[in-house]
Write a protein that binds this ligand. Sequence first.
Ligand code: GLC
Length: 627
Amino acid sequence: MQNVFEMSKGTRDAFGRALATAPDDEAFRVRLERHFAALYEPLDRLYGDHPAFAEQLAAVLGQIAATHMARAPALRALDHEREITPDWFQRQRHTGYICYADRFAGTIAGVRERLPYLRELGITYLHLMPLLRSRPGENDGGYAVADYREIEPALGTMDDLRVLAADLRAHGMSLCVDLVINHTAREHEWAQRAMAGDERFRDHYLTFADRTEPDAYERTLPLVFPDFKPTNFTWSDELGRWVWTTFNDFQWDLNYANPAVFAGMLGNMLALADAGVDVLRLDAVPFMWKRLGTDCQNQPEVHDLLAAYRAAVRIAAPAVIFKAEAIVSPDVLVNYLGECELAYHNSLMVLLWSSLASRRTALMAQTLSAMPTTPAGKAWITYLRCHDDIGWAITDDNAAAVGEDAHEHRKFLVRYFSGDFWESFARGAVFQPEFNGEGRTSGMAASLAGLDVALESRDPAAIDLAIRRVLLLYSVVLSYGGLPLVYMGDEIGLRNDTGYAEDPRTAGDNRWLHRPRMDWDAAGRRHDPASVEGRLFAGLQALVAARRERPVLHAAGTVEPFDTGNPHVFGYRRELDGRQFTALASFSEVEQAVRSEAHEPAAPACRPPRRAGNYLVLAPYGYAWIG
Ligand code: GLC
């Protein structure tokens, strides 16, 4: 054992105690030693003074050991493989797909039947949206979990999930599922026991006898859903107290200052690892720790919590990695790649849509250039759409650096994408409008990119432009750097679903506009090159294939936006092990030219730019991958 020599005295003593009760398994003991400091030190900072620390630490270590010992042979083999291939998720062979199991295929078993469709597109990573048992009725799309150990009955069983995971594994694909870690449903057993009067479980949540503390917090606390709920706290008659509820009133924030909560949620994580899940999407992580006088997001303790979880799972089930859902501003976003292997590149997503509306790329180049470099061994999740709204996270500094006013630009984007601008091609909706004209945006990619308006006009040229816009944006998503995700339906141009308004469980939340059911009839047209579906599917499929062939697109490579000399054309260079790659992406509906010297088109993926003297000419919304 070598790592022990690097431990501080306190950590070494604690390690000695842990080792004394550890199972007699060599792989386990090596991992325990390797990651013990990363587990123990943050926990000691968080809970060292808590009376239940020793007891809860023992519970944590016990769960880790039990998970390891019960690991199925196939998962053990995967643990080993991934320990010696830690970059597995960074490889350019991976492209992901996000969907709700029921909306995509009815049930988890149904998803298995549709795997050939995903493989045809080149998908190797499947993110299934919340599938654990949620509260009945309104449940925030499954993000109000009533039982973390059971699958939502209408979707199937834990065994179905196990079989799906094994099936994916057999095809070199990985499975990602959501772990709603910041809150539980008020129907969860912990909350139920708290309401029944059990003090121990009341301490699993953040509750207050009167409004004094909530009011004090609220002075600096923003609202996530201002439209649904004007406060972050909800009165519970059963408790006779106010409960912290950042999201909806039925989603109770957990009290992570209590080590029993840490240990309890670890058990939920390990149960999913045991079912064969590869990636845990940790929901709403910035909110996990509260501090008076702050916005109660991104507190240092959140990173201690994530670090400890990371180490715990690395010891128990090293094949499993974390994806942080932290939709925060670009300056603090990168911190989540400190502990988690993956985090959403929210900034890139926002800037792609921003450039599509403005036809200008300076703000995108500025913001992305100003971001810290991606930590080694980690990867961004690059994406265009997901089940959530688009929050226009454009900072004052970055906007000012390119001569724009951030507030005015955000207002413009909200209007543009809701179709409220004279030349807007978009058809989205405003989510959580604010009094100052700002707000967020709902809508499917195809609708935001103009497909509805174009189809209604029956103008082939307009339809062509809408298709080109979607493919342009995905060309960046698939090559900017990281693990790209395709949102269900984008590959066939699925548009907004207005049906949500008729169901009382969804009517109040227009994010359901972009959570349609898969249209398998439309998908059936994907081989018809004359159809919208056929053009999009083939275009995306070609991009995914082109990505897979380019080792330079491994996420370990560097990326650097550069000035193309044309304000409408975004350019970025990537490099890895001496390999070079240049991408050009034109956000204009007319042809655009850039000087050619710097980017000799060696092997463009799609639609090679036309050469005109010293210029490369990009088609409307054209893109080129060079290298
Ligand atoms: C995440 C989810 C979102 C949900 C929220 C509360 O942001 O993506 O859909 O409303 O967490 O769980």
